[in-house]
Ligand binder design. Structure first.
Ligand SMILES: Nc1ncnc2c1ncn2[C@@H]1O[C@H](COP(=O)(O)OP(=O)(O)O)[C@@H](O)[C@H]1O
Ligand SMILES: Nc1ccn([C@@H]2O[C@H](COP(=O)(O)OP(=O)(O)O)[C@@H](O)[C@H]2O)c(=O)n1
Length: 255
């Protein structure tokens, strides 16, 4: 597996050699994890790792390569041979490289940034994320990417970050919002789908994903941020405030 994160050299500050401060954020679809995490990371001069983008890219690759998404061994084999890159600062940019023998992408990186958000991929991604061995391999990849980032801090967001990927993170947040609000937000992004269709799609995906990890209940020590009644700016501020409080406490404990 050839995976890397693209972080501009300027993103690495004077603390580049120290391990990054980890901010772990989980939550269901449409709660605001990705967009709020990205904006909060920018404000904190941290990087961001969108783990859902990796699961989406793997589903995209399996569909493109004609791999049976329900076949754990076949998906693992694909993981051994694919290439994956994701930006951790600035605009999100995601590429996937399929092995040359798969033909479709002939060994060249493909920009999948937009395509992995397509409802056709969203509807299939739970079929690859349900495999425990696939999750283990991707979790190792996430930890490697964060450790090699050279960034002062990384917001890492997904479904099992607070509990499995980085349970030791100094900041752990579960971001929620009511199903109605989540569907309304997503429907705003998917112009040609009705609110009811988006609500049904989100509910179906959450139900499948929840069979594998619990992202509705905060684990002990995890702070719940319910964005149902928060606007975008208030949601960003809620995350930034939590991180700043932890940074202040760490500074004070050093004195
Ligand atoms: N607190 C909020 N208030 C209003 N809109 C929001 C809020 N949080 C996120 N959004 C919008 O909702 C949509 C879904 O957010 P997103 O970050 O993709 O959610 P998730 O990553 O949890 O699926 C995006 O268009 C985003 O801009
Ligand atoms: N840490 C993670 C992140 C995503 N996923 C899977 O990847 C899919 C896409 O995640 P996402 O975060 O991009 O989804 P949205 O919440 O943005 O719709 C989820 O539906 C899960 O199946 C996961 O299993 N574990």
């Amino acid at each position: 597996m050839n995976a890397s994160a693209v972080a501009p050299a300027s993103a690495a500050g004077p603390t580049a050699s120290a391990p990054p401060l980890l901010v772990a954020i989980d939550g269901p679809a449409g709660s605001g994890k990705s967009s709020v995490s990205r904006a909060a990371a920018d404000r904190l001069a941290f990087g961001i790792l969108d783990t859902g983008a990796a699961y989406r890219s793997l589903a995209w690759a399996a569909l493109r390569a004609g791999v049976d998404l329900d076949d754990e061994r076949a998906v693992l084999e694909l993981l051994e041979t694919w290439g994956f890159t994701i930006t951790m600062r600035g605009e999100q940019w995601v590429t996937v490289t399929l092995p040359a023998e798969e033909g479709a992408a002939s060994g060249d990186p493909v920009d999948v940034t937009a395509e992995i958000r397509d409802p056709a991929v969203s509807a299939q991604v739970s079929r690859v994320s349900k495999h425990p061995a696939v999750r283990e391999r991707l979790n190792e990849m996430f930890r490697r990417i964060v450790a090699a980032s050279g960034l002062p801090g990384v917001v890492i967001e997904g479904r099992d970050i607070t509990t499995v990927v980085a349970p030791e993170a100094p900041v752990r947040i579960l971001m929620t919002a009511s199903p109605e609000v989540r569907a309304q937000r997503r429907a705003g992004e998917l112009a040609d789908m009705s609110h009811e269709q988006v609500l049904a799609d989100i509910a179906a995906r959450d139900a499948k994903d929840a069979l594998v990890v619990d992202f509705f209940t905060p684990a002990p020590g995890v702070t719940l941020v319910d964005t149902s009644d928060l606007n975008f700016e208030q949601s960003i501020q809620a995350v930034v405030d939590i991180v700043r409080a932890v940074q202040r406490a760490a500074e004070e404990s050093k004195r």
